[in-house]
Structure formats: C-alpha cells, structure tokens
Design a protein around this ligand. Structure first.
Ligand code: ACO
Length: 325
C-alpha cells in the first residue's frame, strides 16, 4: 500500500509587539533615516510586522505554534515521531532549535533537526518530512518554521530593516492512505549566495565579520519572480494538474509585487492568494506556515481543497509543495 502524508493540524504564533510603518518611520527618523509609509506600502505591500522581545527565541515561538498545531490535529506530544524546524535564526549555534523545541515540549527520543534554507526553509522541511513519512521512517511529524529576523536587521539600512518580522508557524504531517501531499519540487543555486546573506560567523569566542542582513533587492526580486514561476509549474507538472485546480496559492510572504507576478503567470486571481505580508512582513521560514494557518483558521482553506505552497530564499533556495488539505 502506498503511504502518503497529509497535514492534519496547523498552528502559528506572532509576538505581541506589533510595529506599524508609522512607528518604523518615526523610529528611523530619530536616527536621521528617511522613509515613509507610502514607500513601504507601494514597494512591498507591508503595513506592519511583529518583533519579539529580547528574551524570546525561535524555539519559544515554535513551542506556541506547535502546541496549537498538535491541538488542531487532536494528538499529543508523545504521538510525534519526528521534529523538523526550519530556521536561519536558531537560539544558539548548537544544539539545534528543533532539539530546544523538543526539550520545551517535554518530548523524548524522536529525531529532531533543523533545516537551514532561509525563506525556503519550510518548503524544504515539509518535503523532507513527506519523504520520511513515505519511506515509513516516521508516522507523525511536527514541521515548524520559526524566525526572529529582527535580530539580524541593521536599523541604519532602510532598504532592509522595513521588510522583515518575527513569528512561527507549525503543521502536523501524518501518514495517510490518501494524499495529502501530491508533489514537491526543490532547488538551490549557491552562485547567488551573496545577493542575500548574513556574512558573519562565530570564531575566537565572538561574532566575527558583519552579522547584519545584506540584500541586493533588485537582484533578489528578479530571481524570485523567475524561480517561483518555474517551481510552481514544475510541481503542477509532477502532479499532472493544471493551475486551474488550485484553490489557494500560499506563497512566501516577502513582497506583494512578487506574489502578484506569480499569480498572474499562473492565471490565478488575487482573491485565491493568501496574503499576510501586509500584517507580518517577511518572516522568512515562518511565512508560509503562518499564512497557511491564517488560511485554515479563517475558514478560507477547507479540507479537500488543493493548495500550492511555494517559497524562495537566501542560498538561493526555492521550491513548492502541492497538496490536498
Ligand atoms: N524608504 C524610502 N526609500 C527607500 C527605502 C525606504 N525604506 N529603501 C530604499 N529606498 C530608496 C533607495 O535608496 C532608492 O533611492 P535612489 O533611487 O535615490 O537611489 C529607491 O528607494 C529605489 O530603490 P530600489 O532598491 O531600486 O527599490 P525597489 O523598487 O527595487 O524596491 C525592494 C526595493 C522593496 C527591496 C525590492 O527590491 C524588493 O522587494 N526586492 C525583493 C526583496 C525580497 O523579496 N526579499 C526577500 C526574498 S527572499 C527572502 O525572503 C529571504
């Protein structure tokens, strides 16, 4: 019998501190840096983002999102036999954020590891969990995207500090006799490593080099539009489905203009696209599971519907997952 994987529960968490564009504008003005709500909304679609307090780590937000996903799936922590966390902002260099989460969940024994593919991370993590379930090595996986990107932001760089936010999203992925995940598609190209990176590292007991996020916005924009279109078509072709079968497009929430371009190329109207970038900003690996949970909890995404999840991020990494909810 073929084993498939199916999402049985979703959950998410946003830190309570909501920072509007107006607040960003006045905070940056105190440092002599000029920006405006109009510029941010017009170029990105972002109106607000959430920032975690200094004592909150990715695993703390992952825990809150995970508990909600477990509750939605109707299973307990003990039932989980795999934990994967997608993050580029781990609590510490090691252990992994997945092990930190496992400790906080009070879970013992199941494999737990991080996936580092920046904003593509959740799509990577979901694909790995799907493969492990299909192979029979796991039956009930907790798959999480959690980020505190605010820690990486240079608040003297207006071209990046207005774009990102913090949060976490989680799903429970279970073995099933019916699909579930219909097809997956993953890619990376390391030649683009420098157009979006945090080049610092740890050595000699301290952070060395530049530990702020750097981005060539226009190069990222061009590449993102191209590869998101390619991976969307590739995953549909693998599943043998036309784009007209998609009930909801749930793209990485980086920039509304990138989402509009993807939807236009797939001939999907914007009212079938889940948009949270306006309220969350870009939460990197957390953005797709946050948007998925928003779609489910608002009653828009319903059981039996077909969802296309896709993302692109530093590396560069990109990919898509087509699934029946
Ligand atoms: N406020 C006001 N002006 C600004 C700001 C700001 N916050 N930031 C930049 N500008 C200025 C620039 O200095 C420039 O001024 P100049 O013409 O006098 O030199 C002008 O605005 C235009 O700058 P561009 O960089 O050309 O603006 P662009 O239209 O490309 O928009 C943006 C910039 C929003 C970053 C865009 O390039 C973009 O969205 N890129 C993709 C970013 C992205 O999606 N990243 C994440 C994907 S992968 C991942 O999620 C990790």
């Amino acid at each position: 019998m073929t084993i498939y994987s199916r999402i049985t529960g979703t959950g998410s968490f946003l830190p309570p501190r909501r920072v509007t564009n107006a607040e960003m504008v006045s905070a940056l003005a105190t440092q002599g840096i000029e920006t405006s709500d109009e510029w941010i909304v017009e170029r990105t679609g972002i109106r607000a983002r959430h920032f975690a307090d200094a004592d909150v780590f990715s695993s703390d937000m992952a825990l809150k999102a995970s508990n909600l996903a477990l509750k939605a799936a109707g299973i307990g922590v003990k039932d989980i036999d795999l934990i994967i966390v997608a993050t580029s902002t781990p609590d510490m260099v090691f252990p992994s954020t997945a092990c930190m989460l496992q400790g906080k969940l009070g879970h013992h024994g199941a494999p737990a590891f991080d996936v580092q593919a920046v904003c593509g991370g959740f799509i990577y993590a979901l694909t790995v969990a799907d493969a492990m379930i299909q192979s029979g090595s796991a039956k009930k996986a907790l798959v999480v995207g959690a980020e505190v990107f605010s820690r990486l932001l240079d608040f003297k760089d207006r071209s990046t500090c207005v774009l990102f936010g913090d949060g976490a999203g989680a799903v429970v992925l279970e073995a099933s006799s019916t699909p579930g995940i219909l097809a997956t598609d993953l890619h990376a190209d390391g030649q683009y490593a420098r157009i979006l990176c945090v080049p610092g590292h740890v050595s000699g007991g301290q952070a060395q080099g530049d530990a702020f996020l750097h981005m060539d916005g226009q190069a990222v924009f061009k590449l993102a539009v191209k590869v998101l279109d390619e991976t969307a078509h590739a995953v549909l072709a693998k599943a043998g489905k036309p784009s007209s079968d998609i009930d909801w497009l749930i793209p990485h929430q980086a920039n509304i203009r990138i989402m509009q371009s993807t939807a236009r190329k797939l001939k999907i109207p914007m009212d079938k696209v889940i948009v949270t970038v306006d309220q969350h900003g870009n939460t990197s690996a957390a953005s797709v599971p946050l948007a998925l949970d928003a779609a489910v909890r608002s009653g828009r995404a319903k059981p039996g519907q077909t969802l296309l999840l896709e993302a692109v991020g530093g590396g560069f990494t990109w990919g898509a997952v087509l699934l029946n909810l």
